[in-house]
Every structure is written in C-alpha cells, then in structure tokens.
Design a protein around this ligand. Structure first.
Ligand code: SAJ
Length: 413
C-alpha cells in the first residue's frame, strides 16, 4: 500500500505547481500551500497562474477531480515538499529566508512518521539546517540531525532538475537525485517519488545532492560563458560566431552552446553563486563565467547604441523580454536589463514586444515604455533587436526585415 495518500507542497510556483498536479494525477491527495492569495484562488479555479505547456489542462483535470486543492495555511499530511525560492542577497550571498519561513509554517502540523523533502535548489548544508529549524519549533519530535535513523521525522533533499517549457515531461522522465540526511530518509523519499518518476532514482547523502544540483547549473553556465566570450571575440575579429560554432561542433568531441544576450532565469544565473559563496578561493572559473554572462547585456546595449548613433530618428523594436524562448518568465532576464538601459540612455524611441505577457513590469512602465504588437513594431522600427527566439518571431516576413538594421542576439534569423 502506498504510504503517501496525502501530501502537501509548500510553494506553488514553477516547480511546486506542476509537481503537485503530477502527484494528484497519480492518485495522491495534494494540498498546495502558498502565501499569495491570488495564486491560491487561481489554482482552486483550476487555472495556472504561470505559463507552462499543458499545465492548464492537467490542473483543470486534477482540481475538478478534487485531488488538488490550494490553501494559505499548512494542514497535516504524510509528506511535505518544500519548493520555495532560494534567491541571493546583495553580494550574491544565498537567502534562505523562504525555506526558514516554510519550515516555521509546517512545523505545527508535523506528525511522527512524516517525510519532509527540500526540492528548492539549496546551498550546501541547507537540508541539515532545515532539520534544525524544524526541531527548534517541535521539541516533542526527533529529527535526523539529532536521532539519526531513529528520528520521528525523515528529511531528504531531492533537487528539481526540470527544464521550464518541458516541465511536465521532464518531471516524470528525468532521473532524480535523492540525498537523505540518513539512509532511511533517502529510502522514504524514493518511495514517494516512485509514485510518478519513470527515470532512475540515485541515492546519496544530502550534501552531495545539494552540490550535484548546483554543479549541473554551474556546468551549463560555464559552457554558455564560453559561447558568449567567443561571440565578443568574433565580433572584434569580424567572424560570424554562429558559423564558427556550427563548424567547430562538427568535431566529434566539441559541443559548444549558443551565445545569447546574457544568461537569465532563476536557476543558472543564480545557483553558481552558491558554490562561489561556499568556497570563494577555489571557484575562480565559476565566478568568471558568471561575470562573463552578466556582462553580455552591456555589450548588446553598446551594439545598439552604435547603430542608433548613425540614424537621425532611431526607432528600436526590442523583440522578447522573457529569459528564454516560449516562456513568460521574466526573472533575471537579460532582455529586461537591455531594454531598461536603452530607455535610460534615451538611445531612441523604443517599442517593446513580448507576446507572453499582458503588461510590462513596473520598472519598465515607469521608464515610459509600453508593450507593442510584433507586426506594427517591426514595421515601424528601423533597428530590430531580437532578444528572445520565441517561435512566433521566427516566421518574420523577410521583406519587412531586409531594409532594417538587425541585432540578432540569438542567431535565430
Ligand atoms: N542560454 C544561452 N545559450 C544556450 C542555452 C541557454 O544563452 O545555449 C540561456 C537561456 O537563453 C537562458 C539561460 O541560458 O537565459 C538559461 O536557460 P536554460 O534553458 O539553459 O536553463 P533553465 O534556467 O531554463 O533551466 C535550467 C536547467 N539546468 C540545466 O540544464 C543544467 C534545468 O534542467 C534546471 O532544472 C533548471 O535550470 C533549474 O530549475 O535549476
């Protein structure tokens, strides 16, 4: 018999909501907890408050079937999954306040035999810290850092590794790493994820699981930084970087990623800093990769500025604001920085196109910018800056583009 008939997911964001829907679709009663009342209302109507392919259909199904319900106050459950944000503060120091708040919120409803999973990407040692935070609120229960295998509560880190845009497929198909604070903790977590995970499940300790997740995203960041650095070098040497990479990638052991306007999103632009914060002395390459990627938006701004300086009345269409193609997520998006900088520097009239959102973020609106339609913006502008390779941008009419200055940061056109 499945020992997890009722679970609770804390944090109904890009990871928590799809994970909840998939558990619910596999017969588990899921209570989704979030501090945002409008997200809770929206979920209870069966409507996702985020954009992710196919999530709307699945959510409607599980909410109508009564398998998933959202609330602002935690309730008792067999297992709790924490999927809250782990951003960084001022000097790229990890901010664990959301995890601490989630621990405080679930502590009153914990019962002997419960399993607590940390899914949020976390700096090394966070799972142990979670155990201490929970213990501080529940002196009547024992936790793994105190009682080892005999603990009343089991705790494991099971980092999410899904790719936004493909979450519902990857959450089921990807392998999972499970790091238990003890062996029994890892085994309990394995039983939980076996409910829907079709990929392999690899067991380890919590610290290694924490580092594995950070390592995966730092690996990607370093590789994108290599591509971005090449794009700067090629620009100076007047070589087409896209052709160069295509040719170099013909080599059987070379696989260079794509340059872009910079690296965004809540993961790759953030997680490598957690490794740097843990060991500044030895993480020189990882830190430099972050700096290379973070500098790329400035390079794009300078390119556009140089083109605009040659025109009497520059009208610049900035195409795409999200951090990557076909998503609505603007977090850490380099396109946002580029548009804001162009506006602040008054480089010309700016038309912003982003088909996945209905309103501009506050700081862009405050700069006097407004959303524009793709066809009208590309028609009116004399400079086109492709910032995101959304599918809907790729079918652009070449007659419209051919007489314009094009800054294609994605190599998509
Ligand atoms: N990017 C490039 N060039 C590339 C690939 C990506 O400039 O060749 C840019 C994207 O445009 C975007 C950023 O990098 O701005 C990150 O995009 P991504 O698609 O590489 O990754 P994310 O942030 O959407 O998801 C990553 C994934 N991690 C890895 O592939 C190692 C995903 O599997 C993780 O689950 C996710 O981070 C996470 O939540 O940590």
């Amino acid at each position: 018999m499945n020992r997890f008939s009722r679970i609770s997911v804390i944090g109904m964001g890009y990871i928590g909501l799809p994970t909840s829907a998939v558990f619910a679709d596999n017969g588990v009663d899921v209570i989704g907890v979030d501090v945002n009342p409008s997200a809770v209302d929206s979920i209870n109507r069966g409507e996702p408050h985020i954009v992710e392919p196919e999530l709307d259909v699945l959510l409607r199904k599980v909410v109508q079937a009564g398998k998933l319900r959202a609330t602002m106050t935690p309730e008792p459950a067999d297992a709790f999954i924490l999927a809250v944000p782990t951003p960084f503060r001022g000097d790229h120091e990890p901010d664990l306040s959301y995890i601490e708040a989630a621990a405080k919120a679930i502590a009153p409803v914990l019962e002997k035999g419960n399993l607590v999973i940390l899914e949020s990407t976390s700096p090394i040692g966070t799972s142990e810290q979670l155990s201490r935070w929970l213990a501080a609120h529940r002196a009547d229960l024992t936790f793994p850092h105190q009682a080892g295998e005999l603990s009343d509560i089991r705790i494991a880190h099971c980092p999410e590794r899904v790719l936004p845009g493909q979450i519902l497929r990857e959450v089921v198909q990807n392998d999972r790493i499970i790091g238990g604070l003890t062996r029994k903790c890892a085994q309990a977590a394995t039983a939980l994820y076996r409910i829907f995970v079709k990929g392999q499940i690899h067991l380890t300790n919590a610290r290694t699981a924490e580092m594995a997740k950070l390592t995966e995203n730092a690996f990607r960041d370093v590789n994108i930084a290599f591509a971005n650095e090449l794009s700067l070098i090629c620009d100076k040497l007047r070589i087409n970087v896209w052709e160069l990479i295509r040719l170099a990638n013909q080599h059987p052991r070379v696989n260079i990623l794509n340059p872009g306007p910079g690296v965004g999103g809540h993961c790759i632009a953030v997680d490598p800093w957690f490794i740097v914060a843990a060991d500044r002395e030895n993480s020189r390459l990882i830190r430099t990769a972050r700096e290379v990627n973070d500098a790329k938006p400035h390079f794009v701004v300078e390119k556009v500025r140089a083109h605009a300086a040659k025109l009497k009345e520059p009208v610049i269409a900035c195409l795409g604001l999200s951090y990557k193609a076909n998503v609505d997520d603007l977090r850490e998006s380099p396109a946002l920085d580029i548009v804001a900088e162009l506006a602040r520097q008054k480089v010309g009239e700016i038309l912003v196109v982003e088909p996945h959102i209905n309103a501009l973020p506050k700081d862009l609106a405050e700069l006097g910018l407004a959303l524009a339609d793709f066809d009208q913006a590309t028609e009116k502008a004399n400079i086109l800056v492709l910032l995101v390779d959304h599918a809907s941008f790729l079918t652009v009419d070449h007659d419209v583009v051919k007489d314009k200055i094009v800054v294609d940061t994605r190599g998509a056109w």
